[in-house]
Every structure is written in structure tokens, then in C-alpha cells.
Design a protein around this ligand. Sequence first.
Ligand code: PMP
Length: 444
Amino acid sequence: MNNQNNESSSASLYQEACQVLAGGVSRNTIYRNPYPYYAQSASGCRVKMIDGVEKIDFANNMAALIHGHVHPAITDAVTEQLRLGTAFTLGTEAEIRFAQHLCQRAPGFEKIRFVNSGTEATMAMIKVARAFTGRPKIAKAEGAYHGSYDFAEVSQTASPANWGDSASPNSVRVAQGTPQSVLDEVIIFPYNDPEKVIAILNQHAGEIACVLIDPVPHRIGLMPGTNEFINAIYKWTRENSALLAFDEVVTFRTKYGGAQELYEVKPDITALGKIIAGGFPGGAIAGSNEVMRVLDPAGEMLVPHSGTFSANPVTMTAGRIAMEMFDQKAVERLNQLAMKARSQINEAIKVADIQACVTGAGSIFRVHLKPEPPSNYRETWIAPSTTKLLKELLDELFQQGIMMINTCSAALSTVMTENEIDKLSQAMLQGFRKIKPKLENEKL
Ligand code: PMP
């Protein structure tokens, strides 16, 4: 291993990056202190850094690469499409074939619209809900990440200094300069607390277009929404003529038809992204014929929607191949592998005798430096000193050849085997042992 050279090359590349990229990065996700690392190439579940050091990739581009890197079936299909053209001011057969595939994955997917990212998907979903109901407000869970649309991001980074009473959480701006009028249109509720959420929603009955729910919200702690919580919200939306809108940008991978398969009640509209685009930029909204009619250009067109690269045939081809390969059997196999990972990490927690726990669903999981699994944003939140220890854990894993998402979360890919899971849990054990003495001084 040539770790020293890798570090120095990354350090010098970052210096160059700072001259031309704002803050030296194009997305904060990859930022690391003192500098980010740079990729050279990848194959399967292994990423080669510049200078050739290899890591096992448990981040998979923020949970987007369901089959790992450079899957031959996707590469071949996309290469063929590249020769035919990458984007036209015309429709393509590729978008129809892909929509046909997605529509048969979940009963509520009667119509699809493609977009270019998860952010665009949640934005389009909110606009459709507003147009359909004729109402301006949305309700969302404190701490939930739904992309960077002004309204969708409210309270995503709330902290003890500004979050207020949990019975009526404040609407907290993320980007400085976000207008107060935006905050006024977003109602915030605590996740997994049916009583509080209904009391809050009741105060705004008649004004709410949709209740936006991520069924396994990553930033909130990656704990699945309880049946009781989802049922209560569904019932409220029926009684108050609002829509139930699911953000399944991350969670679609948890079941063949998304995490919504797990609940008795179904959303009216769903935002998709990440894995459905087969490694390329993409996203979609899917919903009932009735709701999606607001997008129909031959009708009243209550929501005019376009996008220069929406449904480009490269993404459509990659997405269809990736999703066809992610069939029932592949989903279940990957979920089993993740179950094994969670169980081995739990074992490492026991052996290291550390105050930590692991949450997750399907093929995603997250390690917390907390004795008990958190069920909402406030319980997930950790003080800056504990965040520093989490970073130490991530650094230790990285040194041992494991790349995680920076919240200490992982999203498996279908090319992984038990071998990679064993490596992960061994590295976790070492990492836990390293930070344990310092964690014992933390107030958790
Ligand atoms: N919703 C959720 C639940 C997400 O996790 C993300 C991205 N991490 C988004 C929406 C936004 O997706 P994108 O980064 O593709 O805009």
C-alpha cells in the first residue's frame, strides 16, 4: 500500500482545486478535513484512489450505485446508446421502456415523470401536490433530508440552539438568506411520534398540500417509520384532503417496490432517485393517474414541467438495465447480506463493550455512538465532541480500507459478498476499540 503518496497527491490536488472550485469541492459530501481524497477508477465494490490505494466502497456514491462500479451489463448498454446519441429534443423509446418497468414495481406507480436528481424529484413532487390540492403548505419531519429545494430543506440542520419545543418545532432555515415566507409555508413535526404529529397537523388543516415522509430517514437516524406513525399520517391526509408524499430517493432499494411495500397504506405520490438512474444523474416522480394529471400538457397543465436532460436516453438505458437486474431475488439477497452486516457490527459492539448501536433497513445501515437506537432527529443529534469521535472512527475504517458515508452509514451493492462484510466488521471492531476510551468521557 502506498498510503503516504496517496495522501500527498490528494493534498496537492486539493490545493489546485481550491484555486478553481468554490471551497475546493463541487459537493460538500466529499469534503474531508484537511483535504478530500480523489478517485482514479473503480470496479465492482472496489475504488482505486489516485496512486492506486484501494478501498472497499460501502458508500456507493451516497447509496446510488446498487450494482457497484462499472457493471459490464450497464457499461455495454450505455456504450451502445452513446453511439446513437445522448440527448435529443425528441422523445425516446428508452424512457417508455424504463417507465414500463418502474410502473410494474409498485401498485401506486400508475404514471411516471423523469427528472435529473433526487432534489428535482422532491421539488416536482411538492409542486404537483400544491397544484393538485390548491394549497401552499407542506409538512415535513424535523431533520429529514429531501434535497436542496428551499421548502424541502427547512429544519434539516436544526440544532438545540434553534429547534424549539418538540411539540411544535421551529421551522429553521438551512441556507442563510432563505426568505421567512418560505419558512412560514413549512410545518415541522417530530418523526415517529403519531400524537404530536397529528396535533401539529390539526393546527394547519385546510392549508397543507402534502405530508412529506421518508420511510427510513437517513439524517434522522435511519430508523424505519413505525406502522402506527405512517397509518396516523395517512388517516389524517384522507380526512383533510392532503396527499401522502413519500421520498424514496434512498429507500427504494429496501424492497422491490420500495419501502412503501412494508406499510398497509400507500403514498399518493413518490419521489425516486439514486439507484433508479443506474449510476448516472436521474430521478423520477411516480403516482396515481389522478394526481399525475396535473402534469399533462394536453390538459390544464397546472404544473408545467420540463428539464433539458430529463429522461435522456443514457440515464434511461442505464437505469432500466440496473433496475431489471435488481429483481426480487437480488433485493432479498442484498437485504440478507445487510442483516448479516448489522448482526456482525452488533457483535463487534458487544466485544468492544462500547456505547454504540446500529440502525437501518434493507441494504442500508448506520452506526451511532449512542447506547440505544434513536427514533427521531433530536435523539440522533450528537454534540460536536462526539461528532469528532465519529470522524475518528471513519478515519480508522478508511485507513483499514473501508469507505463509508460520512454519517458512518453504508449502502451495500449487489457485487458484495460475505467477505466484504467480514472485513467491515473486523475494521469496526478495531475502530470501536480505538475510540472507546474517549467515548467514555462523552455525555451521550
Ligand atoms: N431525498 C433523500 C432522502 C436523499 O437522501 C437525497 C440525497 N442524499 C435527496 C432527496 C436528494 O437527491 P440528489 O442528491 O440526487 O439531489
